[in-house]
Design a protein around this ligand. Structure first.
Ligand SMILES: Cc1cc2nc3c(=O)[nH]c(=O)nc-3n(C[C@H](O)[C@H](O)[C@H](O)COP(=O)(O)O)c2cc1C
Length: 368
């Protein structure tokens, strides 16, 4: 463990143990965090009332960039609109809202996969600008492994087992992620190609780590303590990234000292080397509807991976850094297509989950 990170752990612990009250609060917050996480990360429940809110609860368990949860849902009769929330953009890392619409795609796909388990059928109608309506209808209840996986899927920022996957597992990932002909999927599993892609991710990581605006935006979404995570119920909980959970003022003060180019390069390199493979998604066009389709495809792959006992994590650096996107495209031989999303997968450890905001905060119900 890097020296500064170890020192931080000690500092957090000393400060906490030195103040009995703070220690009690920390333990109480950790218990409240675990209880809330358990209540959020449940499989779709067909007995829940009303079902529409249950559907939205499931949709919000989708992966989403920086866990800003950049969505709003508007229910009108049998239609559920899925809209972007402009207040939850991340303008530095995602100036054109590419990841925002991919995140909406993840939520749309999650709702579609959850619907049958709730006795519903959900069909998406997506406009060119990414505006989405889910048309809902009653259907015979049907459980599925994909629906059950919604509650177990995580973005796991840890090294995985790099051992190659079975051909059958890879075929399942390819089928789930490659279902939509508008979204190309390339699986990178051969060791030399994995290493070459890892170099591109690390190159993107270096560019971002040198960008003070990127680091400031990222820091603003980090929730260093259980208490901070509970208060906001969004953002990147430190524990979910395998980092020490610290009193928020301590974490915020020391973040610039531990989150350095050297420490992040080393951490990222270990995670990239600990990957059985990568999945790169590239939609046929570069517009919100296609970014949303790429997000749907990526979430299908994440859920399929979860059903196989595999972990997934996102390594979008070569897509987020504009100069690297064409390099990745050329390396993959994608022609005119631009890569949209990059994931890595493999058998990995369990890390704490991240939280979600209450359904009431994101859902508006209007009479039809
Ligand atoms: C479009 C999109 C882009 C993302 N980019 C990254 C990324 O570059 N690095 C990363 O560590 N996680 C990335 N994530 C993962 C999110 O941070 C994660 O989904 C979020 O924190 C919620 O956590 P969960 O997936 O465990 O529920 C991305 C997710 C989405 C949907």
């Amino acid at each position: 463990m890097p020296i500064l990170r170890r020192a931080l752990l000690g500092l957090g612990a000393t400060a906490t143990l030195g103040a009995g009250a703070a220690f009690v609060i920390r333990r109480r917050d950790a218990a409240a965090f675990d209880a809330l996480a358990a209540s959020l990360w449940r499989v779709p429940d067909a007995a829940a009332v009303p079902l529409l809110r249950e559907l939205v609860r499931c949709a919000t368990l989708a992966p989403n960039s920086h866990n800003t949860q950049p969505w709003r849902f508007v229910a009108e009769g049998d239609r559920l609109r899925v809209l972007p929330d402009p207040a939850r953009r991340t303008p530095v890392v995602d100036p054109d809202d590419h990841h925002l619409f991919a995140s909406l795609g993840c939520a749309v796909e999650t709702a579609i996969q959850a619907a049958p388990a709730l006795g519903l059928r959900a069909e998406a109608e997506v406009a060119r600008d990414g505006g989405t309506v889910l048309h809902l209808a009653a259907a015979p209840p049907r459980q599925s492994a994909m629906a059950t996986a919604i509650a177990r899927r995580r973005s796991t920022r840890a090294p995985f087992d790099p051992a190659p996957l079975d051909a059958a597992d890879l075929a399942r990932l390819a089928a789930a992620g490659g279902e939509d002909p508008r979204v190309g999927l390339v699986l990178v599993t051969e060791p030399a190609r994995r290493a070459a892609l890892a170099e591109l991710v690390l190159a993107g990581n270096s560019v971002q780590m040198r960008d003070t605006a990127f680091v400031a935006e990222l820091a603003s979404w980090i929730r260093f303590s259980h208490g901070e995570a509970l208060a906001r119920r969004d953002g990147l909980f430190a524990g979910a990234s395998g980092n020490p959970v610290l009193p928020a003022p301590v974490g915020r003060r020391f973040f610039p000292h531990v989150f350095t180019l050297a420490s992040e390069t080393e951490r990222m390199a270990r995670q990239l080397a600990g990957s059985a493979g990568f999945a790169v998604f590239a939609a046929a066009r570069d517009d919100p509807a296609h970014w949303l389709a790429a997000g749907r495809a990526a979430q299908r792959l994440c859920l399929a991976a979860t059903t196989l006992g595999l972990s997934t994590a996102w390594v979008n650096q070569p897509v987020e850094v504009p100069a690297l996107r064409p390099v990745l495209s050329a390396w993959l031989g994608l022609g005119e297509r631009k890569p949209d999303l990059v994931l890595r997968f493999g058998r990995g450890p369990a890390l704490p989950p991240s939280l979600r905001r209450p359904v009431e905060e994101v859902l508006v119900e209007r009479s039809a």
